[in-house]
Design a binder for this molecule. Structure first.
Ligand SMILES: NC(=O)c1ccc[n+]([C@@H]2O[C@H](COP(=O)([O-])OP(=O)(O)OC[C@H]3O[C@@H](n4cnc5c(N)ncnc54)[C@H](O)[C@@H]3O)[C@@H](O)[C@H]2O)c1
Length: 250
């Protein structure tokens, strides 16, 4: 498939896990990629892999909490790529903590990376997406569709991403820009591997977040992102697409 031939895409969180798999997938289908991540070495590695496979990729170190830098990376992508067709907001952070142990610093970190950056990158990208009739894919989570123990702030940030996705989709549908979210659960990445429940956690409460089937690989999520970002999904906007092995089905 070459669904992204001639398209320009910006992917955050592109150094690792789902963001990296998304960048590789879009590049493999012809997109020119602008890659952004706090992890400069990792994002350069992703770019090198894309280039080695014959694709075009531009790595950028970006802290998505820096709103001026978010605006600057969108401007850089448009300046160097000539336009912007797709924005994938994938960068995210997860911290395990009981409600009574969450610090103000953790609240601010999760809300600014998982939610604030999605809003401000989208806001910066939208004028350019209006020009190309492009689209946005946001990485929400199964945790944004249900409550989730010991990750209350993370779950709240992802629920807000789902809400933002729907509001933006409504506001821009008639102007030709689609906005969708993906809600994965249980994907094997450095984030999920590093997750630690807080000390003394009631492990029985985790029963609801155990997927009914084998956890996903990042490439399986990237494949859904690619569909939503492609013209095949012309009629899909405002969706929160679950890929969670049935976790949120009941
Ligand atoms: N792994 C899962 O099971 C799972 C499930 C649901 C949703 N998600 C979401 O998918 C997205 C990708 O997660 P992943 O599992 O691939 O994790 P990951 O840790 O492998 O990747 C996250 C990336 O975000 C980057 N990042 C973190 N803070 C940043 C910042 N301030 N500025 C720029 N980049 C920053 C990291 O450097 C990293 O490269 C996240 O939004 C996560 O919440 C993951």
């Amino acid at each position: 498939m070459n669904r992204f031939e001639g398209k320009v895409a910006l992917v955050t969180g592109a150094a690792s896990g789902i963001g990296r798999a998304t960048a590789l997938r879009l590049a493999s289908e012809g997109a020119e990629l602008f890659l952004a991540d706090l992890d400069e070495g990792g994002v350069k590695e992703t770019a090198a892999e894309i280039t080695a496979q014959g694709g075009r990729a531009h790595p950028h170190r970006l802290d998505v909490r820096d709103r001026a830098a978010c605006r600057a990376i969108v401007a850089a992508a448009v300046a160097d790529g000539g336009k912007l067709d797709v924005l994938c907001n994938v960068a995210g952070v997860l911290r395990g903590a009981a409600v009574d142990e969450v610090t103000e610093e953790e609240w601010d970190l999760l809300m600014s990376v998982n939610l604030g950056a999605v809003f401000f990158l989208s806001q910066a990208a939208l004028p350019h997406l209006l020009a190309t009739k492009g689209n946005i894919v946001n990485m929400a989570s199964a945790a944004g569709l249900t409550g989730q123990v010991y990750t209350s702030v993370y779950a709240a940030s992802k629920a807000a991403v789902v809400s933002l996705t729907k509001s933006m989709a409504l506001e821009f549908a008639k102007r030709g820009v689609r906005v969708n979210a993906v809600c994965p659960g249980g994907v094997i990445t450095p984030m999920s591997r590093a997750f630690q429940p807080p000390e003394g956690a009631d492990l029985q409460l985790f029963a609801r977040v155990i997927p009914l089937i084998e956890p996903a690989q990042p490439e399986e999520i990237a494949s859904a992102v690619a569909y939503l970002a492609s013209d095949e999904a012309r009629f899909v906007t405002g969706t929160a697409f679950s890929i969670d092995g049935g976790q949120t089905a009941g």
